[in-house]
Design a protein around this ligand. Structure first.
Ligand code: IMP
Length: 429
């Protein structure tokens, strides 16, 4: 029996929600291992809609263990609000089925203030962050001045740490012309939530070790996508965590072999929110049409997503560096009705041809896509549940994608409905 790690293989928003939900129904434990409440997805189960940001998807299913790993940055207020919101829909959430890593770092209101102040100061070259304080919290973690969940247990030490932290951040806020925040108000906020947060806290690596020993199935649930990875993505227009599969191990305290089968969720075209390079972006009617057909608006911020053709070079890079074994291809139906469909197979840069996406910011902005055009299809693929329900041209498109990205399609999703999925290879086997 194997475990499964799900990651996004583009810029996030690949439709992970539905696939993760399907997989989580078959897992015993679901683990978040990076990111924070910048992520967002909607699950629809038996007609009830759940919007999750921080809570692992398994939470909405009875009998599953949900784990928030040490690699996640946790806004305690956002977490408690989300627990409250989801519990109101009849979901039981208690320290029995939700475990929070006691060594995870906390997002404080000051991180959000600093995130927003820096974005404003960057002006036209802003990153387009979600404003949730993700980046500044990871910065504090690496700078060894962060506040962790376990710090809530020792009020004297916590006070000392908060005072030191605020010397740093108030200097920044002052320099950026933003309002300073007193350490007392930070402590007051933390005191209000600490008992409740601590009730979920534990060494989650032990829980996972026990799950492994019992031969249980673990699903590692990634957020964002490969191109937003702080090392491998379109730096600096990235999020502040590693989004590749290796992070499943570091971000939850299991060894690298525990990640199991790595499933890359991949949209049949490309989208991105926020700023930064996007070689196949379409700022014309075709891009507009993809956005409208695909309902491309951000779940967290409501921002309109930028849209473009499928970029096989980027996804191939995600496969190689992200350790992806197979993909779940989503939203194929959005391409229904296009006479012609383009796939990016390489780039032109200063007269040369590239078969990979270069690391330099200026080069990433300058590459021009080389396209291959293939025939579209007029029949619908919406709701298809087997290959024979698909038009021949759509199958040809899928096969060409597999060839170019050098990885197989394990799952094909043809609508937001759970059962509208073609299963080629079960990732859990
Ligand atoms: P941050 O994660 O809020 O710091 O934002 C950094 C970049 O990642 C911005 O371009 C965001 O739009 C993008 N981003 C963060 N979370 C998500 C997500 O869940 N989906 C898509 N883009 C995201």
């Amino acid at each position: 029996m194997t475990n499964v790690t799900v990651i996004g293989s583009q810029w996030g928003d690949e439709g992970k929600g539905k696939i993760v939900d399907w997989l989580s129904s078959r897992a015993d434990t679901v683990v978040r291992f990076q990111g924070g409440h910048n992520a967002g997805h909607t699950l629809v189960i038996d007609g009830t809609e759940y919007k999750l940001s921080l809570l692992p998807s398994g939470i909405v299913r009875k009998g599953k263990m949900s784990v928030i790993g040490n690699g996640v940055v946790v806004d305690p207020n956002a977490l408690l609000d989300e627990i409250d919101r989801v519990a109101k829909k009849g979901v039981e959430i208690s320290p029995e089925n939700l475990k929070l890593a006691d060594n995870a770092h906390l997002i404080l209101p000051v991180h959000q203030a600093v995130d927003k102040a820096f974005e404003a100061a960057r002006g036209k070259s802003s990153i387009g962050t979600t404003g949730r304080g993700i980046g500044p919290t990871y910065e504090d973690k690496v700078a060894r001045r962060g506040i962790r969940v376990c710090d809530l247990r020792d009020k004297d030490l916590l006070k000392e740490k908060v005072e030191r932290l605020m010397v740093h951040h108030n200097a920044l806020l002052k320099g950026l012309g933003a309002e300073e925040i007193t350490p007392e108000s930070v402590m007051e906020g933390l005191n209000k939530i600490s008992d409740e947060i601590l009730s979920f806290a534990c060494p989650v690596w032990k829980i996972l070790d026990e799950a492994k020993a019992k031969g249980q199935r673990i699903l590692f649930e990634g957020a964002q996508g490969f191109m937003l990875d702080v090392d491998h993505g379109t730096y600096p227009f990235v999020t502040s965590s590693n989004t590749v599969s290796a992070q499943a191990a570091t971000g939850s305290g299991v060894g690298p072999k525990t990640a199991g089968y790595v499933l890359g969720i991949t949209k049949a075209y490309t989208t991105r929110v926020g700023s930064g390079p996007f070689p196949t972006e379409l700022e014309d009617n075709t891009g507009q049409r993809l956005g409208e057909r695909g309902h491309e608006f951000g779940t967290v911020t409501g921002r309109k997503r930028r849209c473009g053709w499928f970029d096989a070079v980027l996804v191939r890079q995600a496969i190689k560096t992200g350790g992806i074994d197979g993909i779940a291809l989503t939203k194929l139906d959005v391409l229904d009705g296009f006479e012609e469909i383009k796939i990016c197979t390489g780039y032109k840069l200063d007269g040369e041809t590239l078969d990979y996406f270069p690391a330099g910011q200026a080069e990433q902005a300058r590459v021009e896509p080389i396209y291959e055009t293939i025939d579209g299809w007029s029949d619908t693929t919406y709701g298809a549940r087997s290959w024979k329900d698909l038009p021949a041209a759509a199958i040809k498109y899928v096969r060409r994608v597999e060839e170019l990205i050098e990885a197989p399609v394990a799952l094909l999703s043809t609508s937001p409905e759970r059962d509208d999925t073609i299963l080629v290879h079960d990732p859990f086997q």
